[in-house]
Design a protein around this ligand. Structure first.
Ligand code: AMP
Length: 225
């Protein structure tokens, strides 16, 4: 681990752009921290805050647990979907922040009779980014599947005959509707969680603790909203 880029007296928070970044800003504000650059307009990957000891790094959502696991970031915010795929090794997960809520679902072409295929014991081709979660879900149901790993735009797979079904995260459902897909099964509710590097939790407790407490208080308010 490089101690030069992440010194002992500073904190690095890993976030992904978009919903997680936007929904984390009010939690940071509750801890008195303001990010002074906008990741949507800046090309910088390391963002300063009003606290010289706290910086935010912008990484891909699925990379957040990895940066935190290896201590390149001290803490981060990641969706339950991403954490289940990562496995959570080396991560302390103290708080469900109740932000970036959505659900993980199975979806198929509007004309495909999913229930019948399952009843008949058909072997289904399922395209997904969430291979672990999908494997566990179908194994628990006793459905035989061939999983096809994709990295993006899963909605396209059933439209062009790559798969019978997809497992993806759904928020409003408008992406599915726009592509003539229907949600046939909800696998689980998803929200984003705070993850903390286990060594940082011990070695940087003094700096981390007040921030974690502010996040916890603010996320309890989110919960009541
Ligand atoms: P929607 O059309 O609102 O159902 O949004 C679905 C699309 O947005 C899917 O392609 C998802 O990959 C993405 N999405 C929506 N909500 C989330 C979330 N909380 N975390 C990650 N991706 C999301």
């Amino acid at each position: 681990m490089s101690t030069f880029s992440n010194p002992a007296n500073s904190l690095i928070l890993a976030l992904s752009k978009g919903r997680i970044f936007d929904d984390t800003m009010p939690l940071l504000a509750a801890a008195g921290i303001t990010v002074t650059e906008n990741p949507e307009t800046s090309r910088k990957l390391i963002l300063a805050t009003n606290d010289p000891h706290v910086r935010v790094i912008i990484v891909r959502a699925s990379d957040v647990p990895t940066y935190v696991q290896y201590g390149a970031a001290d803490f981060g915010v990641a969706g339950k979907d991403v954490l289940l795929e990562h496995g959570g090794e080396g991560l302390y997960q103290p708080i469900d922040l109740n932000i970036a809520k959505c659900r993980m679902s199975v979806a198929v072409n509007a004309g495909f009779d999913y229930d019948k295929a399952v009843r008949q014991g058909a072997r289904l081709r399922v395209a997904t980014k969430f291979v672990q979660t999908a494997r566990e879900h179908f194994a628990a149901k006793g459905v035989h599947v061939d999983l096809i790993k994709l990295y993006g735009s899963m909605e396209l797979a059933p439209l062009v005959g790559l798969s019978d079904a997809i497992v993806d995260v759904v928020s409003t459902g408008s992406t599915l509707r726009a592509n003539n897909l229907v949600e046939v099964e909800e696998i689980m509710d998803i929200s984003s969680r705070l993850v903390v590097n286990q060594a940082a939790l011990k070695l940087k407790r003094e700096r981390l603790q007040p921030i974690l407490e502010a996040f916890e208080r603010a996320s309890r308010l989110n919960n009541q909203a």
